[in-house]
Write a protein that binds this ligand. Structure first.
Ligand SMILES: C[S@@+](CC[C@H](N)C(=O)[O-])C[C@H]1O[C@@H](n2cnc3c(N)ncnc32)[C@H](O)[C@@H]1O
Length: 147
């Protein structure tokens, strides 16, 4: 997380490149900001009103990264792996919003499968499917050391 400090990165562009954020969704037009002495925010826009937004609090006592996108994908496995490789968290929360018309319509059912109980070295410690009128939400909590 030191990469998101002005001690290590001279500019936001440097932090975006060196952290791997620039490669998460190639082609995004990025507006990034590196706070003094630490902290990072970025918004990226892609064709068809798609976006990516990342906010990073690197302070060790309360470190936190948020990543959000509306880029439609049938399967977010590779993108999730890419994000995890960038930030190497000890735990993460995953939320997927999709309805029947979404490219990701099958994700809710898929994420109820036991194969997600263990994922990329993480254990799933919580899993919820919430059905709303026009869409559903899957929420899952993964941790490296759950017990
Ligand atoms: C990236 S900002 C994001 C805050 C925003 N509430 C969010 O999560 O969307 C938080 C990080 O920037 C740092 N920071 C430095 N100066 C800041 C400022 N003037 N306003 C907000 N955050 C600042 C904080 O210490 C923290 O590491």
């Amino acid at each position: 997380m030191k990469i998101f400090t002005t001690e290590v990165s001279k500019t936001a562009t440097q932090a975006t490149a060196h952290s791997g954020i620039a490669d998460l969704l190639p082609g995004a037009q990025i507006d990034d900001y590196l706070f003094e002495p630490c902290g990072y925010s970025m918004n990226g826009i892609l064709p068809d009103a798609r976006y990516i937004t990342i906010h990073i609090t690197p302070e060790p006592e309360c470190s936190y990264v948020s990543f959000e996108t509306n880029v439609p994908q049938a399967d977010y496995h590779d993108l999730i792996m890419h994000v995890l490789n960038c930030f190497k968290p000890r735990k993460f929360l995953l939320t997927v919003f999709a309805n029947k018309a979404s490219k990701a319509a099958g994700v809710h059912k898929d994420m109820q499968c036991e194969k997600w109980d263990e994922f990329a070295g993480f254990s799933r410690v919580d899993n919820q499917l919430c059905m709303f009128k026009n869409y559903a939400l899957t929420y899952a909590h993964f941790a490296r050391d759950p017990f």
